[in-house]
Design a protein around this ligand. Structure first.
Ligand code: ADP
Ligand code: ASP
Ligand code: MG
Length: 399
């Protein structure tokens, strides 16, 4: 008998009917003779609705209370799934992150898993129960509930698989990992195997099908991850480090990140403390900065532009407000109508870059910023070019 972790995301848990079919899928696994730990997300768009509720009161709510609120979504799912499994005649028990022994560290809304004490989970598995764990949450050293960042149920699932030394299946609303989000590029051909490193790069740059930290944990702990459809019995995608699988394609995928924006600050006085003030404010707001550009307009003035993550907490708005109130001679604004589109692969060489620049030229598409990493090249484009650019890239690189 072996243990296995299943994870079901928001769409897969989106209604009572869907929860009942998740219950059946879990029972099938149990019937194969396996001990099953199930990690679930909040139903449908519940987490977004909770974010909106908080923002109706305060656009920059207290982060402890924000976590307290957001973590409730998963609590609804775990109990309903336990009831659904029990009603089919099987034993099940639901646990919050705390009850499952998940300890977290770091800041609210973006915590990391520090450790997992699996005793209670194992005890209940030994009693023959199906154990259901709330994704996306844990408890910090102050005894407060924290959340792991949006999409964090994937992290709960893979971290539990690592702690239990078992495999992890991520069941979701698509049939596996595609080179491009199939909702944006329906021609995309499903990938059978992808390496951890390639998946980490795709996720980091916006392929939300797997949350980045989860794949990093899988990589570090050698957890085999299989991503598949929660509703269809089709073949999914393995994320592994299998040395026999060599991907010869120079470009393996396109990642799209809609959650970036450009924060620009103009008329900074170069010879004053303005720049330090700006960085202090950005650091206080915990802004995730992806690129920094500085352009000197003359000897006395300079402009800074940052590519940042939008986030749920209105941090960029707050930063702009703080910057304007502390430095009333500067102009500060956010350009929200942009996306980051990244071409990912081991073979991003001059030949590939030349092809991409030809697409820009031949189709009159402009980009605002460009940045590279070992495995990718990323372009920030106005949203009006997004769909067309994705289609042209998908076509060019046969994705
Ligand atoms: P869940 O609620 O199951 O965690 P998510 O919405 O977080 O589901 O992730 C699944 C979604 O990820 C898909 O519906 C798809 O639109 C999107 N996605 C983005 N990039 C990719 C990709 N490269 N391959 C597959 N799906 C992708
Ligand atoms: N419910 C959380 C979110 O919407 C966690 C998750 O879905 O993985 O971000
Ligand atoms: Mg997800």
């Amino acid at each position: 008998m072996s243990t296995i972790v299943h994870k079901y995301g928001g769409t897969s848990m989106g209604s009572i009917e869907k929860i009942k079919s998740v219950a059946k899928k879990v029972i099938l696994e149990k019937e194969k003779g396996n001990d099953v730990v199930v990690v679930v997300s909040a139903m449908g768009k519940t987490t977004n609705k909770l974010v909106d509720l908080a923002k109706e009161i305060d656009t920059n709510p207290d982060k402890r209370e924000f976590d307290m609120l957001l973590s409730t979504g998963e609590q609804i799912s775990i109990s309903l799934l336990a009831i659904a499994i029990q009603s089919l005649g099987y034993e099940a028990i639901s646990f919050t992150g705390y009850q499952a022994g998940i300890k977290t560290k770091g800041v609210h809304a973006k915590s990391e898993i520090d450790s997992i004490d699996t005793d209670r989970i194992k005890e209940n598995l030994e009693q023959g129960k199906i154990v259901i764990v709330a994704g996306f949450q844990g408890i910090n050293e102050n005894g407060d509930i924290t959340t792991l960042g949006r999409g964090g149920s994937d992290t709960t699932a893979v971290a539990l698989a690592a702690a239990l030394g078992c495999n992890c299946i991520i069941y979701t609303d698509v049939e596996g990992i595609y080179p491009v989000d199939p909702k944006l590029y329906p021609n995309a051909k499903k990938i059978d195997f992808i390496s951890y490193k390639e998946m980490i790069e795709m996720s980091r740059l916006g392929a939300g099908v797997m949350e980045t930290t989860s794949v990093e944990i899988g990589y570090k702990n050698n957890v085999p991850i299989y991503v598949a459809s929660s509703s269809k019995d089709t073949k999914g995608t393995y994320i592994t480090e299998n040395k026999n699988i060599i991907n010869y394609k120079s470009v393996i995928g396109i990642a799209i990140d809609d959650h970036t924006s450009i924060l620009t600050i103009k008329d900074i006085l170069s010879k004053s403390n303005d720049i330090s003030t700006v960085f202090e404010i950005l650091s206080n707001e915990n802004l995730e900065i992806k690129i920094i550009n500085q352009i000197a307009s003359d000897n006395e003035h300079t402009s800074l532009s940052f590519v940042v993550s939008k986030g749920d907490l209105g941090c960029v708005d707050k930063a702009i407000y703080e910057i304007k109130s502390k430095l009333n001679h500067v102009e500060a604004y956010e350009d929200l109508d942009v996306s980051t589109i990244s071409v990912v692969g081991k073979g991003i060489n001059y030949h590939v870059i030349n092809k991409i620049f030809n697409i820009f030229k031949e189709n009159n598409i402009n980009f605002k910023q460009v940045f590279t990493s070992e495995l990718s090249i990323s372009f920030i484009v106005d949203n009006k070019y997004k769909q067309r650019f994705i289609e042209l890239l998908g076509n060019e690189f046969d994705l």
